[in-house]
Ligand binder design. Structure first.
Ligand SMILES: [Zn+2]
Length: 95
């Protein structure tokens, strides 16, 4: 999936409160296809147990945890998302 789609998904997870801290450096992220566990390492990199992360080394879950734990990053993403008049193509809008 393209990077910006992943960023939007991650931002969405943060906004909807889908991230739950279950330990000092351990988070449960409720994604579209299940709940995944994201661990933060001492060097502040993150690790997720979903297939996307295993294959590509990145995913919306781990990105969401990075946003949640780094307010400066979240603010940057917030600006980008509001500028791009945020609308998720994959989700049909309810009227
Ligand atoms: Zn993941």
């Amino acid at each position: 999936m393209p990077i910006d789609t992943m960023i939007k998904k991650a931002y969405d997870l943060v906004q909807k409160g889908r991230i739950e801290a279950i330990g000092d450096e351990l988070f449960n992220v409720v994604g579209e296809h299940g709940t995944y566990t994201v661990a933060r390492r001492i060097d502040r990199t993150v690790n997720c147990n979903c297939l996307g992360f295993v294959r590509k080394g990145r995913c919306s879950h781990s990105l969401a945890v990075l946003m949640l734990t780094q307010p400066a990053l979240l603010r940057t993403v917030q600006k980008q998302v509001s500028k791009a008049s945020y609308r998720a193509e994959s989700e049909p809008r309810h009227r």
